[in-house]
Design a protein. Structure first.
Length: 102
């Protein structure tokens, strides 16, 4: 979300989150930081935080490895006072997807 006026999105997110279950799809650790910031600013207001960490989508070979999860979890732990996921899921690509899920 690269919007200059994120506060203008607050009413949209509030309505959306109060009428739906939203899964936040996170492609890299910076997305975790952005989500934590949006929650901290009350732009995203929800008690249920469901996240999907996407592994292996952007490397040239589109292969996932279990260690690709580490940056997500490190960033999550850094912002755990602001953003503690209620439910965490993983989406993994390539031959390494099964080891990523174990």
């Amino acid at each position: 979300m690269r919007c200059q006026n994120l506060e203008k999105l607050q009413p949209f997110f509030y309505r959306l989150l109060n009428k739906s279950r939203v899964q936040f799809i996170l492609y890299d650790a910076d997305n975790v930081k952005t989500l934590a910031s949006l929650i901290d600013q009350s732009i995203v207001q929800t008690e249920v935080i469901e996240v999907l960490y996407v592994l292996g989508r952007y490397p040239a070979d589109q292969e996932s490895t279990p260690d690709q999860l580490d940056p997500f979890l490190d960033m999550r732990d850094r912002f755990k006072k602001t953003c503690t996921p209620t439910r965490e899921m993983i989406c993994a690509f390539g031959k390494g997807q099964i080891p990523c899920l174990l």
